[in-house]
Design a protein around this ligand. Structure first.
Ligand SMILES: [Zn+2]
Ligand SMILES: [Zn+2]
Length: 319
């Protein structure tokens, strides 16, 4: 089974996104790129170099539902009449207006974000959400853990690897220990555990960092020899990247815990300190906040911090 990596431009800070083409029956794309004219044109041209048009695509499998990965899925599906889109059920919440939902608003305000900052964030995400078409129920087939995606010459096993988002999935080819794993493993950056409501109880936060560490261990246990990520080149030394991630996470845990004062500190305050140099750039704020909350939640679950709610805002304290 040949996996062909196609690099597609995005308007995001992260740069290009990887779309993977598996050119055998049923012709499959893993991820699709953002809904921009530039991305559609580049994807079309790169597929054409491989003798494929949008109308030949039979299956679009999404690692997760961030706009840079899923934006063009519906458009391609509509062009290729019989194509199906596959995505994990826990992912679809992202497709219906992130931050627009009351649950999301509550989760963010609880972290001590001033209303004004929240409004800026929401404005930003409204713009970002234009970079994808929403998938309604019935527009997609659910990806499930351990499901096999069959191809003419073999199969890919679906692994539910939550963390970066609740419904992030990876795809494993056992025969040659190859992985395709979206934003779960990225060569040059440590993936961000994004703030999201818990899919099972949306009034609670998804424990993104704890989940991510479990997913990372699960992928490591497969001893992958080649790992294709959502951005950048493939990873050939999984152990090196695993240890690098663990060190980076440990270091950030340490810094996060130190920033919490006995008088009580909010996640917003921690985010501002952790990312002092970039916090004033809108794009980074939500990521910074996600990262701070993920680390605070994790420290709390490890018994390093306590959290208390006062006037609708959570305050962390050392224990
Ligand atoms: Zn992502
Ligand atoms: Zn991404």
């Amino acid at each position: 089974m040949k996996i062909i990596q196609l690099s597609i431009p995005t308007p995001f800070y992260v740069g290009d996104v990887n779309v993977y083409l598996i050119r055998e029956d049923p012709i499959t794309l893993i991820d699709a790129g953002p809904k921009t004219e530039a991305a559609a044109a580049v994807l079309k041209a790169k597929l054409a170099q491989n003798g494929i048009g949008f109308s030949d695509i039979r299956r679009i499998v999404l690692t997760h539902a961030h706009e840079d990965h899923c934006g063009l899925a519906k458009q391609i599906r509509d062009t290729a009449k019989n194509a199906e889109v596959l995505v994990h059920d826990w992912e679809t919440g992202h497709l219906f207006g992130r931050l627009a939902q009351e649950e999301h608003r509550q989760l963010i305000l609880r972290s001590g974000v001033p209303e004004k900052v929240f409004d800026d964030l929401r404005g930003l995400y409204e713009e970002v959400s234009l970079l994808t078409d929403a998938l309604d129920d019935g527009d997609y087939v659910s990806l499930r853990d351990e499901m096999e995606l069959e191809f003419e010459s073999g199969s890919l096993r679906v692994l539910h690897t939550p963390g970066h988002t609740p419904g992030s999935c990876s795809f494993h080819r056992e025969a040659d220990r190859t992985l395709i794993c979206g934003d779960c493993i990225l060569k040059r950056i440590t993936p961000n555990p994004m703030l999201a409501p818990d899919p099972v109880d949306p009034t609670q936060r998804f424990r993104s960092l704890a989940e991510y560490l479990v997913s990372l261990a699960r992928l490591r246990a497969l001893s992958p020899t080649l790992t294709y990520g959502g951005h950048g080149e493939p990873v050939t030394d999984f152990e090196e990247i695993f240890h690098r991630y663990v060190r980076a996470i440990d270091e950030r845990q340490g810094r996060t815990v130190k920033l919490v004062k006995p008088s009580g500190t909010t996640a917003f305050e921690v985010a501002r300190e952790l990312f002092a140099s970039s916090f004033d750039h809108d794009v980074h704020r939500f990521l910074a906040l996600s990262e701070a909350i993920a680390h605070l939640d994790y420290a709390e679950s490890e018994g390093k911090l306590a959290v208390e709610m006062s006037n609708g805002v959570e305050y962390y304290r050392p224990v």
